[in-house]
Ligand binder design. Structure first.
Ligand code: TNX
Length: 501
């Protein structure tokens, strides 16, 4: 009798596991960001049955993405999958197709999984790439049967809510090398981010080589917060980052913050200072004490050279010129310097972005913290990028126990960082008529100096911002998101990204 019960219990366990396995539906995959429409059908496809990846697209970037996907497939499934440049309808394969359609939603793609294979279609290369990242998440989170991934069938129709989904890395307060930036780009791309803003200069460091002004990096790049060795990107290295990001459909936005936040430049060249004397290198964390000199002609030569050289190295349409916390610059001087930089940016056919301080002619303002004059500036701008510090700043501590981070904008739990809607903030500020380009989550680096420390603050909150940027607000629910997030934390851990919560 005892054996009878044991056998029955074992059978029950076996049945429940099989049922659990075979019951996973496409809509059960914990997508982040959540896809807009998921229609599951009740079947599955075994990963080892897929014989090849077939692409009908002539695109350098898609080719690179497919090569990368091939490596990913091997890691996840243990199977090799060859790439074919012709499409054979009889083969069970993964097919990528650029197909003209009347679909106008930005970055729209359709991912179809059925017993005959997998198909991703889009109007644009960008849409295809986003579809490929969704397929990656299907593979990562699919159940296995006898160690073979079982991909649930169904159709996903997906598109983005906002055209700008960004993060910012402050490489000035502490320097992060090319490998760190690439590692960050890898994760950003899996979560459908499309912009990475690099804060390349500040009081504590100048991080990009400028051929006409070499001391910016030899002197201005030498140190970082706390007085440890800093660093900088050579122009070649910066181009390497730009290209790496471009192949992952992420655009790099360079920022040179002026006229304040310029101690590193002022320390490198005495002629940029009104009194002709260079200040000491600064390794503290105060803000608002430095300013370029509006009365010196060298200031404008310097700014023009910097904007020209960096513009040549970037592929994207934007150039961020800072403009925040210039407490040592008079209003007239501020306007004179900012207006000049805006014209240099325009001369390079780029669009200037500024922080939301009172900047005339700002085409795009990045909203971070509100005071009266900032609101006027926001109203003058044509477009807004939302980064409200109390929601989107990844350097705010989670709570009083956080090992790193600041708390001037308050603590920001994972829930706090997820539960907000840019449109509601726009309504509260009476900014309805202004175009919301999208959102950006900055990670300032006063308190962090390595990738692991950065990861502590960034993950998992960054994933919430990916969903706010991509998924329609009515489809976002905290409880459901939080359950999906649990699975992503396990995945992130598997690629050595530890999050504290
Ligand atoms: C505000 S946001 C700053 C940065 C600091 C950050 C720290 C902005 C435009 N300026 O200089 O690093 O707070 O949270």
């Amino acid at each position: 009798m005892k054996y009878f019960y044991i056998i029955i219990s074992l059978l029950l366990v076996a049945c429940s596991t099989t049922t659990k396995e075979s019951n996973q539906k496409l809509e059960d995959i914990p997508f982040i960001p959540l896809a807009q429409e998921i229609e599951s059908s009740n079947s599955f496809l075994l990963a080892n049955e897929l014989s090849s990846i077939e692409i009908k697209v002539r695109s350098e970037r898609i080719n690179v993405a497919i090569e990368d996907f091939k490596i990913f497939w091997k890691e996840q499934t243990s199977y090799e999958i060859p790439i074919n440049n012709i499409v054979n309808d009889n083969l069970k394969s993964i097919k990528l197709e650029l197909s003209p359609s009347s679909e106008t939603s930005k970055e729209f793609y359709q991912l179809r999984i059925n017993e005959k294979g997998i198909e991703i279609k889009s109007n644009t290369e960008e849409g295809l790439y986003r579809g490929l990242t969704t397929l990656k998440q299907v593979v990562i989170f699919s159940d296995s049967k006898n160690n073979i991934k079982k991909l649930s069938t169904g159709v996903i129709n997906d598109f983005t809510s906002y055209e700008y989904r960004g993060s910012m890395m402050d490489v000035a307060r502490h320097f992060f090398d090319v490998e760190d930036v690439k590692r960050y780009i890898d994760v950003l791309s899996l979560y459908k981010f499309n912009f990475l803003h690099l804060h390349l200069s500040d009081d504590q460091g100048w991080r990009i080589e400028i051929n006409k002004w070499p001391k910016l990096t030899t002197i201005g790049g030498e140190k970082e917060v706390g007085g440890t060795d800093g660093g900088f990107y050579t122009q070649k290295e910066f181009s390497e980052i730009v290209n790496y990001a471009h192949n992952k459909f992420i655009t790099i936005i360079p920022e040179i913050d002026v006229p304040g936040h310029t101690n590193a430049a002022l320390a490198s060249y005495s002629e940029l200072n009104c009194d002709g004397i260079s200040p000491e290198i600064y390794t503290g964390t105060e803000v608002g004490f430095s300013s370029l000199c509006a009365q010196k002609k060298e200031t404008y030569t310097f700014l023009k050279d910097v904007v020209n050289e960096i513009s040549l190295l970037t592929k994207g349409p934007y150039f961020h010129i800072g403009g925040d916390e210039s407490y040592k610059t008079s209003k007239e001087d501020f306007i004179q310097i900012i207006d000049s930089v805006i014209s240099y940016v325009h001369n390079n056919n780029k669009i200037p972005i500024t922080w939301d301080n009172d900047v005339k002619n700002a085409e795009i303002a990045q909203f971070w913290n509100l005071s009266g004059s900032d609101l006027i500036a926001l109203k003058k701008s044509k477009k807004i990028i939302y980064s409200p510090a109390n929601k989107a700043y990844l350097d705010m501590k989670y709570d009083s126990l956080s090992k790193f981070g600041l708390n001037w904008a308050g603590y920001s739990s994972i829930k706090n960082a997820y539960e907000w809607d840019p449109k509601i903030i726009a309504t509260q500020l009476n900014l309805n008529e202004i175009d919301i380009l999208g959102i950006e989550a900055p990670i300032w680096s006063e308190t962090i100096s390595s990738f692991d420390e950065l990861a502590y603050l960034v993950f998992p909150r960054l994933l919430g911002h990916s969903e706010i940027g991509w998924t329609l607000n009515e489809n976002r629910k905290w409880e459901a998101y939080n359950q999906r997030l649990e699975k992503h934390k396990i995945y992130l851990k598997s690629i050595n990204i530890e999050s504290p919560y």
